[in-house]
Structures are given as structure tokens and as C-alpha cells.
Design a binder for this molecule. Structure first.
Ligand SMILES: [Fe+2]
Length: 343
């Protein structure tokens, strides 16, 4: 399998080629025309778009861009976006032509981070960078899980495996597992606790484009369709675990459940919580007057993975609703806890 980097910037997009079939890994929306030209010039058939995680620093493909490319989007099952066509999980094999791509779940930078192992190489997303690792301070980030994923899963690959990261800020293009095991200062000689302390102390500013990118990438809506709240306000949203929400639903004063996913998802694979009110994110603003009776009552906002609902909760908070909670982990966590669903 041939691996080519297409952007030549510090944000990397890879083209995987096996025979006449190709996959794009982490395409950047604004470079769509370039990708289409490259595919056309080389006579390649794009069969899939692989994302290593939900990105916070660039716009992923829109619905329109996906249609233009005409290929399904593949992401880990914990990805929040409704634009994913195929959800994968740890250990799953994806075929590009006759060649294998293995999914390695690497939560830490985001809950939905994966590495894609291809023959002789691994695309590590923002999990393992050359001489570094992806930050773990966004909502859902977890430095301990990232340490475990890198040290027990990625570093278990053969030493000569080539490492292709999703970012590099020093002009490097690739490394190897052996070189990173020996020389990556984040991991070499570091215990798990030391790594967690190191990551907690980085004090990085939010990426420049987080406000324009993250919620668009999480929700599948464009910034023109939904007035997204500030990312900093979302981080302050109180969350309730599924069992706590179930307990409150069984109480004498149950909260209103507001499900902000799209209509197909409400009745789709994951179903919905019985009694939930479906209000997709793009309809939320105009439906607020109808929710006026709940200004002083509890509202629990629900989505697939808990990301879109955090945005929607912050919108409700700004509109004066005083007791808004996010269902932590969304319907994935609710179903994972064995709690009842309707379809
Ligand atoms: Fe990232």
C-alpha cells in the first residue's frame, strides 16, 4: 500500500493507494479541489474517507463535499457526527482493495481517536506525534488513556513500522515506532502518572480555529445553520451519568429529555430514551419559545456521544434555562449501560 501526504503543511492528509483504489485520511475541506485533481490525474477510485478523530483545528468535509467525493466516511463508533457512514471499533479490519487496514482505538486526545495500521506503517492521528503527542485538554480528553494506548498498543507494533502523524510542527514527515519508543520525550522513561502531570501542565491556548471548526465537525451543521455557543461555555456544562438520569426520570419530578440528534438518528440504530422530545440542533433556536415552561425545571440534553448535546445545552443556558444538564456520553453510554431505549 502506498502512503502519500498531500498537504505539505503542519496539518496532514494522507492518500492510501492499493492498485487503482484509494482512501483519503483526514481530508481538509478547503483543499477538496486539490484532492479531486490528484485522484483524477492518477486515475484512482476513491473508495473511502478515513478520519482519525473529530478535529478541532480544521473543517472536516461537509455534506456537499462528501457528495462530491462520493465515498463513505469511516470513523470510530464514539464519533459524535451524524455524517459518518461506517462506524468502526477496535480490532476491526477495513479493506482497501485486497489490502488490510486495522483499526486501533486510541482514546485520549478525543474519545473517538483511532490509529490506522497499514502494511509496514501506522497512521497515528493526533495520538502519537513525532517527538510528541496530541493534547488531552479538550472535553472528553484523557491523558491516562492516551498513555495506555500509546505504550501498550502503538508501541507494541514492530520497531520498523513507519509512523505517519496527523500533525507535525517541525517539518518532519515520518518516524518509526522504534525511534519514538527510544526518543519521544513524552513517553521515553515516563510513568503513567508523570505523563498525566506533564499533559496537565502544558497550558496550551485553544487552537485558532476551534470556534469555527469543532462544533461544525461534531454536529454536521454549518456555522450558518446553527449559532454555536463559545467552546469555553460548553466546557462548563454540567453533565449527568446515564444511571443518574435514569434515577431522576423515575422520580416524582422527572426532567425533560431533549434529544438534539437528527430525525434519522432518533429512530436509528441507537434508538432514543422513552419519552424524549426530538428537537434537532438546527431547530432548537426557533423551538425555544415552546420550551418556556421549562425555564425553572430540569432539562437533560441528549445526543449520540455527548458533544452536540453540550453545545445545545449551552444554547439553552444562554437563553435563560437554569437547570440544564448534558447526558454524559450520549445514547452510546445510555445503551452501553443497558438502560431502556425505544425506536
Ligand atoms: Fe486533533
Amino acid at each position: 500500500m502506498q502512503v502519500d501526504e498531500l498537504n505539505d503543511t503542519n496539518c496532514k492528509t494522507y492518500l492510501l493507494v492499493a492498485g487503482a483504489k484509494a482512501a483519503l485520511v483526514d481530508p481538509v475541506r478547503e483543499r477538496l479541489d486539490t484532492y479531486r485533481q490528484i485522484l483524477g490525474r492518477r486515475g484512482l477510485e476513491l473508495t473511502m474517507i478515513l478520519e482519525t478523530h473529530t478535529h478541532a483545528d480544521h473543517l472536516m468535509l461537509s455534506r456537499e463535499a462528501k457528495d462530491l467525493l462520493g465515498a463513505p466516511v469511516v470513523m470510530h463508533r464514539e464519533s459524535p457526527s451524524p455524517l459518518v457512514d461506517r462506524h468502526v471499533q477496535d480490532g476491526e479490519t477495513i479493506f482497501l482493495g485486497a489490502e488490510r487496514i486495522e483499526v486501533i482505538h486510541c482514546p485520549g486526545h478525543t474519545p473517538d481517536s483511532v490509529s490506522y495500521r497499514v502494511p509496514g506503517a501506522v497512521l497515528t492521528g493526533d495520538t502519537l506525534l513525532i517527538g510528541g503527542s496530541g493534547r488531552c485538554d479538550f472535553p472528553g480528553g484523557d491523558a491516562g488513556k492516551q498513555y495506555d494506548a500509546v505504550t501498550t498498543r502503538i508501541f507494541a507494533l514492530p520497531d520498523d513500522t513507519v509512523v505517519y502523524p496527523a500533525h507535525d510542527y517541525k517539518g518532519k514527515t515520518s518516524s518509526t515506532i522504534g525511534a519514538e519508543k527510544r526518543g519521544n520525550p513524552r513517553f521515553a522513561g515516563k510513568t503513567r502518572d508523570e505523563y498525566i502531570a506533564l499533559m496537565a501542565g502544558l497550558g496550551l491556548p485553544f487552537p485558532e480555529k476551534i470556534q469555527q471548526s469543532l462544533q461544525v465537525n461534531q454536529s454536521g451543521f454549518e456555522a450558518a445553520e446553527v449559532h454555536f455557543p463559545l467552546v469555553a461555555d460548553i466546557a462548563a456544562m454540567p453533565a449527568l451519568a446515564p444511571a443518574e438520569v435514569a434515577a431522576r426520570l423515575a422520580s416524582a419530578a422527572p426532567p425533560l429529555l431533549l434529544d438534539v440528534r437528527e430525525p434519522e438518528e432518533f429512530v436509528g440504530e441507537l434508538g432514543h430514551i422513552p419519552g424524549a422530545l426530538p428537537v434537532p440542533m438546527d431547530a432548537l433556536a426557533r423551538r425555544l419559545p415552546k420550551l418556556a415552561g421549562y425555564v425553572d425545571r430540569e432539562i437533560v440534553v441528549v445526543c449520540r456521544a455527548g458533544a452536540r448535546s453540550a453545545s445545545a445545552g449551552a444554547i439553552l443556558g444562554q437563553a435563560g434555562f437554569r437547570h440544564v444538564f448534558n447526558l454524559e456520553g450520549g445514547m452510546l453510554a445510555w445503551a452501553g449501560a443497558g438502560l431502556p431505549v425505544a425506536r
